[in-house]
Design a protein around this ligand. Structure first.
Ligand SMILES: CC(=O)N[C@H]1[C@@H](OP(=O)(O)OP(=O)(O)OC[C@H]2O[C@@H](n3ccc(=O)[nH]c3=O)[C@H](O)[C@@H]2O)O[C@H](CO)[C@@H](O)[C@@H]1O
Ligand SMILES: C=C(OP(=O)(O)O)C(=O)O
Length: 420
């Protein structure tokens, strides 16, 4: 079993480069199916979610040249067939639900295993099904282990999303790109990853307008074609390292960042008293002391991201005062709390609200990464803590953090991946 071991308490300095966005690339890869041609993706992160998607695409018949050292995938989807994929890797990640939209768009049918991914409490997909049905899918049958969707003549329509959903917005864009006529998504999610997917679809010939606003208009087309696309930088990876740098940095530059994607996060850091210099595509975090506690509420973009509430928690534990964290997207996303408490944090969960009383001295301990961002929080906590922290279940961390050991070693963290 792989584990991460950190000897903490050491200050860090230097530069951390940010990779392509996980939550974009996991939709971009299935989206290439719509092209029925060759699509080159640049800036692809070397993470296990990408490896799983490549494996699934190859089972479907895609020919993929991968050079993840250079961040490139060349995906030829001309020989892809819509074969039932009920089990296996499909169930290991959330993003496998994007195969439903992509296969439905290209072949008019999909049989795909139910998505897995991190356990953040209930993660329903009713809005995806509702959208497919509105587009004319004749049969939407959810079995114990897979979803079957058949809709060989999709027709555009207006779809109102009851809840702002990244997954349902993207899945609808995928299917609607090849539907007849115009689809309008109302109350669409506005995350940067949605714009990134729309950009690829448009480069492949689609007509998607309004991505990044809450109304997206898609005019369906019959054929799409190959394209070249560079994945946007990962705002969640950037936020994770910004918080780490604020906690332990003696001057750290986070490189390859789109500042606008992180505005609400940066506003919180500044409210805490973190000193930053923002440049065109990098952010320098200066040595920051006397931090103040803040309250965090995660909401859809452009608000504070649910994916960043766990990674910022160890930094909050260094601030002075009492504060709370409320995750309105995933109320049960609190699994990092008992592990941080085990390391000495004065933190608890009360009615889905995380309450902390800081500053706390953290001490190295044996902890478990119960999900991806909880794992990221524990890595940061281990770097802050005195003594040795051993993190198990690190497969979750490797789902989303490209070369995490190498990047952190380069700025002076004593961190190792061990087999035990
Ligand atoms: C709006 C939001 O912040 N979305 C985050 C969410 O995306 P992810 O795509 O996982 O989740 P959605 O954006 O789809 O879900 C947002 C909310 O809508 C609800 N919902 C969703 C789909 C559905 O069919 N029915 C339904 O009720 C969910 O329970 C959740 O409360 O987690 C991802 C991974 O952590 C993040 O990168 C996204 O930024
Ligand atoms: C929970 C996450 O991913 P997924 O939705 O793929 O499980 C995440 O990116 O924080």
């Amino acid at each position: 079993m792989k584990k991460i071991v950190i000897n903490g308490g050491k200050r860090i300095s230097g530069t951390i480069p940010i990779s392509g966005a996980k939550n974009s690339v996991v939709a971009l890869i299935p989206a290439t199916i719509l092209a029925n041609d060759i699509v080159t993706l640049e800036g692809v992160p070397d993470i296990s979610d990408v490896a799983s998607l490549v494996e699934i695409m190859e089972i479907m018949g895609a020919k993929i040249e991968r050079n993840l050292e250079e961040g490139r995938l060349v995906i030829d989807t001309r020989s892809v067939v819509s074969r039932p994929l009920p089990y296996g890797k499909i169930n290991s990640l959330r993003a496998s639900y994007y195969f439903n939209g992509a296969l439905l768009g290209r072949f008019g049918q999909a049989t795909v295993g139910l998505p897995g991914g991190c356990d953040l409490g209930p993660r329903p997909t009713d809005l995806h099904d509702k959208a497919f049905k509105a587009l004319g899918a004749k049969k939407i049958q959810e079995e114990a282990e897979h979803l079957e969707v058949i809709g060989d003549s999709l027709v555009g329509t207006t779809i109102y999303m009851d809840v702002v959903s990244v997954g349902a917005t993207i899945n609808t864009m995928l299917a609607a790109s090849r539907a007849k006529g115009v689809t309008v998504i109302e109350n669409a999610a506005r995350e940067p990853e949605i714009i990134d997917v729309a950009t690829l679809l448009n480069n492949m010939g689609a007509k998607v307008r309004g991505a990044g606003t809450d109304i997206i208009r898609i005019t369906g087309i019959d054929e799409m074609h190959g394209a070249q696309h560079t994945v946007i930088p990962d705002r969640i990876e950037a936020g994770t390292y910004l918080a780490l740098a604020a906690a332990m940095g003696d001057g750290v530059i986070i490189e390859n960042v789109i500042y606008e994607h992180l505005e609400s996060f940066i506003a919180k850091l500044e409210e805490m008293g973190v000193r930053l210099t923002i440049r065109e595509d990098s952010i320098e975090v200066h040595k920051s002391e006397n931090l103040k506690s803040v309250n965090i509420t995660s909401v859809p973009y452009p608000g504070f991201a649910t994916d960043l509430q766990q990674p910022i928690t160890p930094l909050l534990l260094k601030a002075k005062g009492r504060g709370s964290i409320v995750d309105t997207i995933y109320q049960k996303r609190v699994n990092h709390v008992p592990e941080l408490a085990r390391m000495g944090a004065n933190i608890s969960v009360l009615d889905d609200r995380i309450i902390y009383d800081a500053p706390n001295e953290l001490t190295g301990s044996c902890v478990q990464a119960t999900d991806l961002r909880a794992g990221a929080a524990l890595v940061t906590a281990g770097i802050i803590a005195s003594g040795t922290t051993k993190i198990s279940n690190i497969e979750f961390i490797l789902r989303g953090y490209d070369h995490i050991i190498e990047k952190l070693t380069a700025v002076g963290v004593d961190i190792q991946l061990i087999e035990e």
